[in-house]
Design a protein around this ligand. Structure first.
Ligand code: EPU
Length: 342
């Protein structure tokens, strides 16, 4: 497919918050060759494009002053296999959930806990997507990208990516510097041990008397849990968790425990404690609240929703009010997980 260019493009349907934003032009590419072609035409010298995948983790505060480059590179295949594992190659533009669905159909294990995460495959490594006890980095092998600094193709292996909790080198040092074109994941064909460590998942399976869950059982459980807790962006605009779960020092956790002994918390390797932001936001009185066109989801306070007609700035102001009240109440600073585009 040839490069597709749309002038004065409306991005409302290209971001899951459903925010109205216009860009002077939208360039959609379907292969790495398209990137080379843009490079030959001097596009990257003239412009500093905003790179868009599935638009599921983005808040457009206003219209964009730069062109948008939408990465729609397709293709899912098995590139290498041995007795126990399969190496899956996916174009960056593939829908993440479609990839999960396909691998579960093949009985390949490793990403079934990551079902229904919105967005594209190319965006997955950027924030090291994670859910229900699994993070992308556990199956990630490598990725190919187009380096905007020298217009060459490069390969990043796992150890090059600096993965952390909802974090990687692509969010930090390499932000806006590379375009991910292909991702390789190593999945299990045999002897896969499903990860059912996450409380909600274990409870769901126990209630159904599933004691030795298959890959499909876990997939179906995750789909059901997510559907019950998280709004479908097609029906109600949202970008998943708006904030990261804050990691605080033990002393801060102990101080909060005095007034709130029921605070859920998860110890992290270095002795700090991770607190669910959703719990803090709910305690601060925001769960299910609505101000104008913006609200907090009734089943999960960590998700900010667009009830229809909200602007990016409205969502941003609402999020900042949440942040302020959590800070005043608990002395904990929430950091947005969503990428805020000025
Ligand atoms: N909680 C509340 N009130 C709420 C929401 C949560 O009290 O309104 C408390 C509950 O005690 C619950 C705990 O927080 O047991 C954890 O909640 P949940 O299992 O829903 O997970 P989370 O920590 O809120 C994280 C991810 C989600 C991911 C789920 C499941 C982050 C920022 N979010 O949410 O990821 O689906 O775990 O693994 O790490 C996303 O990144 O967009 C996303 C949805």
């Amino acid at each position: 497919m040839a490069i597709r260019i749309t002038k004065d493009a409306d991005l409302t349907h290209l971001n899951t918050l459903g925010l109205p934003a216009v860009t002077s032009y939208l360039v959609e590419i379907f292969s790495i060759n398209d990137l080379h072609e843009l490079s030959r035409e001097g596009f990257f010298e003239k412009e500093n494009p905003f790179i868009l995948g599935g638009g599921s983790n983005i808040l457009f505060k206003k219209n964009l002053s730069r062109p948008v480059l939408k990465i729609s590179i397709p293709g899912i295949s098995v590139t290498e296999e041995d007795d126990d594992t399969a190496l899956i190659e996916s174009g960056a533009g593939e829908n993440w959930h479609n990839l999960v669905f396909r691998t579960v159909d093949y009985h390949y294990g490793g990403i079934e806990n990551l079902a229904l995460i919105p967005g594209t495959v190319g965006a997955a490594p950027i924030q090291n997507i994670g859910a229900y006890g699994v993070e992308l980095e556990q199956v990630f092998e490598s990725l190919h990208c187009f380096d905007l600094r020298d217009h060459s193709e490069k390969i990043y292996r796992h150890s090059d990516c600096g993965f952390g909790y909802r974090d990687s080198i692509f969010k930090r040092e390499l932000k806006d510097r590379v375009i991910i074109t292909k991702v390789f994941l190593r999945l299990k064909k045999k002897n896969h041990t499903p990860n059912t460590s996450y409380h909600a998942l274990a409870t769901y399976l126990e209630n159904r008397k599933i004691t030795s869950p298959t890959i499909r059982d876990v997939y179906e459980a995750v789909v059901a849990i997510r559907r019950s807790k998280l709004p479908d962006p097609v029906l109600l605009g949202n970008a998943g968790s708006f904030f990261k779960n804050p990691v605080v020092e033990k002393s801060v956790h102990q101080r909060i425990c005095i007034d709130y002994p029921d605070i859920p918390s998860y110890p992290v390797a270095d002795g700090s404690i991770k607190i669910p932001a959703g719990w803090l936001i709910e305690k601060a009185g925001w769960k299910g609240k609505k101000v104008g066109n913006v609200g907090t989801y009734s089943n999960q306070a960590l998700v900010i929703v667009n009830h229809g007609g909200a602007t990016g700035d409205e969502i941003y102001q609402y999020a900042m009010r949440i942040r302020e009240s959590v800070k005043n109440m608990f002395g904990v600073e929430l950091v947005p997980e969503v990428n805020i585009v000025e």
